[in-house]
Ligand binder design. Structure first.
Ligand SMILES: [Zn+2]
Ligand SMILES: [Zn+2]
Length: 356
């Protein structure tokens, strides 16, 4: 009988070169390491996938790994050490530095109940990784479902998807699900659709109708007067295609993009509409967003809203950010039952398919 494959997260175990490169990238992504460094490991992993193990071994022996595309000195060392049956130093250093440890104190009870994530991006829009890599990591993290929600056409800076590209992407999603049958995981057909100035959604209604999950978010004119912003958000929430109201205040509390205050709007009116139209208020787990702020989560809770704890991942390792959202929701007393991402897939899909 073949031996069980070694678990790449077991730190005393040898590891395959591809697993080592992917795990290094994952750990750096979840702990918000330098993008350029992470990219080097992701690109090296892509090269390793395309290269036979024999060729890798031959090149490691001859010292010519760096002649392969996207393999540099550090990644060649990782590959060489892994091939020699050692856990690479680079990985060990990361693991010893705590990169694999808990991201946040608290929220563990709720985090354990989260089954999925309704907000993620691939390299089809402004994410950094192919859909397949997002899926592989979501499965490794034990998720039962992940919604692929690349940006809509109007968000050009984020390479938003035209109608045609979205239709093409749906084919890819179907194909991936076809391969994954019986494995307890579903990639949901989704979109993060822009809420336009007039409150309409930036994609054809017939196309939105074909999706499992629609996250609607504001990405422009965040400083509009409160009455304008309220009307715009109400338009989106009342749209029967909308399932989740994404990062509702648009604030940024830290990080490379700087900070940004929350938008002004009548939160009570917006949340009342969410409750009435069965739209979940997103608890966006990204540390730099931390959106909505505590007082608005509390208000949404009082108003009777459902919630969706999402990562808004732009890289596979960020799929682990759910821990941040779970910690906030648990601290603020949001019951698990009110969080749609604790629901089983079929219940979630049934809820999302209701178009009142
Ligand atoms: Zn967004
Ligand atoms: Zn997003």
């Amino acid at each position: 009988m073949p031996a069980e494959p070694a678990d790449p997260s077991q730190t005393d175990q040898p590891i395959e070169p591809i697993d080592a490169l992917r795990r290094i990238a994952f750990l750096m992504e979840r702990t918000r390491g330098q993008t350029r460094r992470i990219e080097a490991f992701r690109k090296a992993a892509a090269t390793v996938v395309r290269t036979g193990r024999d060729e890798l071994a031959r090149r490691a022996e001859a010292g010519t790994l760096t002649e392969l595309p996207a393999i540099g000195k550090s990644t060649a060392t990782v590959i060489t050490q892994a091939l020699a049956g050692r856990r690479p130093d680079y990985l060990l250093d990361l693991e010893r530095s705590g990169a694999a440890g808990p991201l946040v104190d608290g929220g563990e009870r709720l985090a354990a109940r989260l089954r999925g994530d309704l907000h993620s991006h691939s390299n089809w829009s402004d994410g950094g990784s192919p859909i397949e890599e997002m899926v592989a990591t979501a499965m490794e993290l034990g998720r039962e479902y992940l919604a692929l929600t690349d940006h809509s056409r109007g968000l050009r800076v984020a390479n938003g998807l035209s109608e045609e590209r979205l239709v093409r992407q749906l084919g890819v999603v179907d194909a991936i699900n076809g391969h994954l049958q019986g494995q307890g995981f579903t990639l949901l057909r989704g979109i993060e659709v822009d809420i336009l100035d007039d409150g309409s959604l930036d994609q054809e209604p017939e196309l939105l109708e074909r999706l499992d999950v629609v996250v609607a978010s504001v990405h422009s004119k965040l400083r509009s007067p409160a009455d304008v912003m309220t009307a715009r958000m109400l338009g989106a929430v009342r749209n029967p295609r909308t399932n989740v109201l994404g990062h509702c205040t648009g604030r940024l509390v830290e990080g490379g993009r700087g900070t940004r205050p929350p938008s002004s709007f009548d939160a009570r009116a917006v949340f009342e509409a969410c409750a009435e139209h069965d739209v979940a208020v997103e608890i966006n787990s990204r540390p730099e967003r931390c959106d909505p702020p505590d007082e608005l989560i509390t208000l949404a809770l009082e108003t009777g809203c459902l919630f969706s704890i999402d990562t808004d991942s732009h890289a596979p390792g960020q799929l682990d950010f759910l821990a941040y959202g779970a910690a906030r929701a648990q601290r603020l007393g949001v019951p698990a039952e009110r969080i749609v991402t604790t629901w089983e897939r079929d219940r979630l899909l049934e809820w999302a398919a209701q178009r009142p």
